[in-house]
Ligand binder design. Structure first.
Ligand SMILES: Nc1ncnc2c1ncn2[C@@H]1O[C@H](COP(=O)(O)OP(=O)(O)OP(=O)(O)O)[C@@H](O)[C@H]1O
Ligand SMILES: [Mg+2]
Length: 249
């Protein structure tokens, strides 16, 4: 599962001292992140740790105050590789007075997919999110979890090489969460790199590497087993608390 190549080509994401300030607040504070191609990286951290801000920087939606970041070996300030990146925002970004099918259509057209390709992807993605029967329902009439599922489908329409998913399973019921994770693991096996934020510690076990973010910087990084060994705990929750509370490890 893990790609352990060390060459720059093998990195899907690489940041150097990446910093984003809002006034005096450092939302992202000198972050050095390195994510191998074809892996799942879990981004964990308390509310306000800087997870969403980091993702927005990596998607080119925010400009860094200082530092650099490369995604698929290209500087994030360069244009022309948007179709290689998928982004599911924490706040749903759907057109609420359009149906799920129309939203998927629109996203497909924004990425310049041809008509047959959009039709094929729509069908596959509606199956994935288990909303085939709801495809003609307007988004404003959906439950919160359903909206979230539709938002995930839209972020996947163009089969991106790197996927940034900001809390993709919030409000999603347990059965469907499990099938989302099967799908994420399948995407990774096909060569996609995923960066996923979550507050569900059990989900983080599926990640190759888990980065613990606090106050805009990584306080620990490693596999699930590494974190337990490092902190001498038997759950990620306890490991996380040890790191953040500065207890002896
Ligand atoms: N547009 C903004 N203007 C000012 N401060 C901001 C802005 N966006 C984010 N922040 C601040 O930056 C910090 C990091 O926020 P961010 O949304 O990245 O955290 P997060 O780790 O995603 O949290 P959560 O788990 O709640 O989603 C917070 O202190 C937040 O208040
Ligand atoms: Mg967030």
């Amino acid at each position: 599962m893990n790609v352990n190549d060390t060459g720059a080509q093998s990195r899907a994401v690489e940041t150097t001292d990446l910093t984003k300030k809002y006034g005096t607040l450092k939302a992202v504070d000198g972050l050095n992140l390195s994510i191998n191609n074809s892996t799942i990286y879990g981004f964990l951290g308390p509310n306000g740790a800087g997870k969403t801000t980091t993702i927005k920087l990596l998607c080119g939606l925010l400009k860094p105050t200082s530092g650099q970041a490369r995604v698929l070996n290209r500087d994030i300030s360069s244009n022309g590789f948007e179709e290689l990146i998928g982004y599911m925002p924490q706040e749903t970004a759907l057109y609420v007075n359009l149906t799920i099918g129309q939203n998927l259509q629109l996203y497909g057209e924004l990425y310049d997919l041809d008509r047959d390709e959009i039709a094929k992807r729509k069908e596959e993605l509606l199956e994935l999110i288990d909303l085939v029967d709801w495809k003609d329902t307007r988004v404003e009439e959906l439950s919160g979890g359903m909206k979230h599922r539709a938002s995930l489908a839209c972020s996947l329409i163009q089969e991106p090489k790197v996927l940034f998913l900001d809390e993709p399973t919030v409000g999603v019921d347990p059965d469907l969460r499990a099938s989302f994770w099967d799908y994420f693991l399948g995407l990774m096996d096909q060569g996609t790199t995923l960066l996923i934020t979550t507050h569900y510690m059990d989900e983080a076990r599926n990640c190759d590497t888990i980065g613990m973010l606090d106050k805009g910087d990584l306080i620990a990084e490693g596999s699930y087993a590494d974190h337990l060994e490092e902190t001498g705990t038997d759950s990620l929750e306890d490991a996380f608390l040890k790191y953040t509370k500065g207890e002896d490890t």
